[in-house]
Design a protein around this ligand. Structure first.
Ligand code: GTP
Ligand code: MG
Length: 273
């Protein structure tokens, strides 16, 4: 009886987790995993066929974590293969290429695919998501900036990292924070810890910043009809200024959105008598 006690204590400390990678083909999922596990980078594109599987051990505080990594193929062709692998997942590495807007826009569809495959009883709330804005070394081609990516991720309560599998930038930091968050979640009975960054700004603020980014002109930016009066311009401006003022709003991109609103108001008022 006594001899078995240390063993049981050890068992209590070890943890087995399942992690999957998700995101469009060619965004760098396999390279991110390879960079972390094998400390190398392969520049030739070798598409993942279906799923690649690997096991690794990591240490988080006093616990040994056995990580089963399922690296998914991003190509739509492999949907049938992927859909069996979503269940019983504790962590998702969700990747897009900062030089491919399509791959960023596709993130919602990836979440939808996972949600659908988990079915009505699947709970996405107890899964840790780490969003990787990858290929940041390709600065010339970058078209999704940090604040846009961060806003998308943090408004969903996801972790956000700027990464390059090529240079290694951000990769270790991403995996370390990711694993710690998964262990925290497991130790917290499957509930996200209270210090969730999504709590620091509201959905209204996040949606407004996104709307401002996508607006086609100054009227649209202030959310008013072309030809509106000075009063209407000022009223719309004040509402947005209160919502987005940098002293009050910490959502990623709020400063730029606030500046854009100030400029839109100035431009409109110049032309209204
Ligand atoms: P699928 O398996 O088809 O879903 O693709 P994947 O997301 O696993 O992409 P993969 O890791 O195979 O990388 C695709 C291509 O992008 C390869 O040619 C890589 O060398 C390149 N690549 C990956 N990460 C980076 C990066 O951080 N920077 C640069 N410059 N290239 C990268
Ligand atoms: Mg791959």
């Amino acid at each position: 009886m006594e001899a078995s006690m240390p063993k049981r204590k050890e068992l209590g400390k070890s943890l087995r987790i399942k992690v999957i990678s998700m995101g469009n083909a060619e965004v760098g999922k396999s390279c991110i995993i390879k960079r972390y596990c094998e400390k190398r980078f392969v520049s030739k594109y070798l598409a993942t066929i279906g799923i690649d599987y690997g096991v690794t051990k990591v240490q988080v505080r006093d616990r040994e974590i056995k990580v089963n990594i399922f690296d998914m193929a991003g190509h739509p062709f492999f949907y049938e293969v992927r859909n069996e692998f979503y269940k019983d997942t504790q962590g998702v590495i969700l990747v897009y290429d900062v030089g491919q807007k399509d791959s960023f826009d596709a993130l919602d569809a990836w979440l939808a695919e996972m949600k659908q495959d988990l079915g009505p009883h699947g709970n996405m709330e107890n899964i840790v998501f780490a969003v990787c804005a990858n290929k940041i070394d390709c600065t010339k081609h970058r078209c999704v900036d940090e604040s846009e990516g961060r806003l998308w991720a943090e408004s969903k309560g996801f972790l956000y990292f700027e990464t390059s599998a090529q240079t290694g930038e951000g990769i270790n930091e991403m995996f370390q924070t990711f694993y710690v968050s998964i262990v925290d979640l497991c130790e917290n009975g499957g509930k996200r810890p209270f210090t969730n960054s999504s709590a620091s700004f509201t959905k209204e603020q996040a949606d407004t910043i996104r709307r401002i980014r996508n607006s086609k002109d100054s009227w649209d930016m202030l959310g008013i009809k072309p030809g509106a009066s000075r009063d209407e311009v000022n009223k719309a401006y004040r509402k947005l200024a209160v919502l987005l003022h940098p002293d009050k709003c910490v959502a990623p991109g709020s400063e730029d959105a606030f500046k854009a609103v100030v400029n839109a108001r100035t431009a409109l008022l110049k032309n209204i008598k």
